[in-house]
Design a protein around this ligand. Structure first.
Ligand code: NAD
Length: 260
């Protein structure tokens, strides 16, 4: 699909990090962008800057998500592109590979449930409500009605030390991508999932500088942490290329090849 002023897009988690970068990049194409986020202060400010709208929403609520889509569609029309970036980390960011992180002994079910509710259930909720709206759209020239991009993590495939809940929640997003893409393909709706590696965003704030440097150095090339613009440009490429469907794409500078 060609993003331009005739298109409407929704970006969850649009008030920060990867979602913010993506909202800005989509708005730069001329498309009308609605930011869905819990952080109203930042969300309103970014929306005003990029000429979009902000919808305050907690992705764990059916009603709030439905109300946000209603508001966005009333302002911009039915979205053709939805990017799911809202999410939280579940645990420590600075754990040593050698120590027991204590996660199992802590048996913190509240954190586990909250993480899965936001990262996995929230993604499915937004995805399905968006797809139900997209099916009513006239197909574009090539038969496409819409595109949904989800955000998992390399933790979905590799696991992440100290973050079992996070890894599980992202594993769910990874695993549901292909079956959902297959279902929605018959409606001309594509579904792809991006698996970011270590991206420098507010989610990583608080990470020790030494650890940041070590992680960046461990990335074979380009030996730096990822940036929101790396993520946003992949979203734009996914929009451009109608032949990419049902994929889970790692965006990580090949960090799994890092020496351990
Ligand atoms: P971030 O913390 O900068 O932004 C996340 C945004 O989601 C925030 O604006 C927050 O308010 C919003 N949010 C959180 N819970 C919400 C809820 N219940 N309802 C609505 N909005 C909610 O994080 P980021 O680094 O930009 O992460 C974006 C996505 O990318 C997340 O899903 C994250 O798990 C994933 N990811 C990030 C990294 C990384 O290294 N930063 C790596 C892999 C995957």
């Amino acid at each position: 699909m060609k993003l331009d002023s005739s298109m409407a897009a929704v970006v969850t988690g649009g008030a920060s990090g990867l979602g913010e970068g993506t909202a800005r990049a989509i708005a730069a194409t001329g498309a009308r962008v609605a930011l869905f986020d819990m952080n109203a202060e930042k969300g309103e400010a970014i929306a005003a800057e990029i000429g979009g709208i902000f919808c305050k929403v907690d992705v764990t609520s059916d009603e709030e998500v439905a109300a946000a889509f209603a508001k966005a569609r009333a302002a911009h029309g039915q979205e053709r592109l939805t990017v799911n970036c809202a999410g939280i980390a579940s645990g420590q960011k600075t754990v040593s590979r050698k120590k027991d992180t204590g996660e199992v002994r802590a048996h913190d079910m509240a954190t586990f449930e909250r993480t899965v509710r936001i990262n996995l259930f929230g993604t499915f909720r937004v995805l399905s409500q968006s797809a139900l709206g997209m099916v009513g759209l006239e197909p574009l020239e090539d038969g496409e009605r819409g595109l949904i991009v989800n955000t998992a993590s390399v933790a979905a495939q590799d696991g992440q030390i100290g973050q079992a809940a996070y890894s599980a929640s992202k594993g769910g997003v990874y695993a549901m991508t292909l079956p959902i893409a297959r279902d929605l393909a018959q409606e001309g709706i594509r579904v792809n999932t991006i698996l970011p590696g270590i991206m420098w965003t507010p989610m990583m704030a608080g990470m020790d500088q030494k650890i940041q440097d070590a992680l960046a150095a461990a990335i074979p090339f380009p030996s730096r942490l990822g940036k929101p613009s790396d993520y946003a440009s992949l979203v734009l490429e996914l929009a451009r290329n109608v032949y990419i469907n049902g994929e889970c794409i790692r965006l990580d500078g090949a960090i799994r090849l890092a020496p351990r």
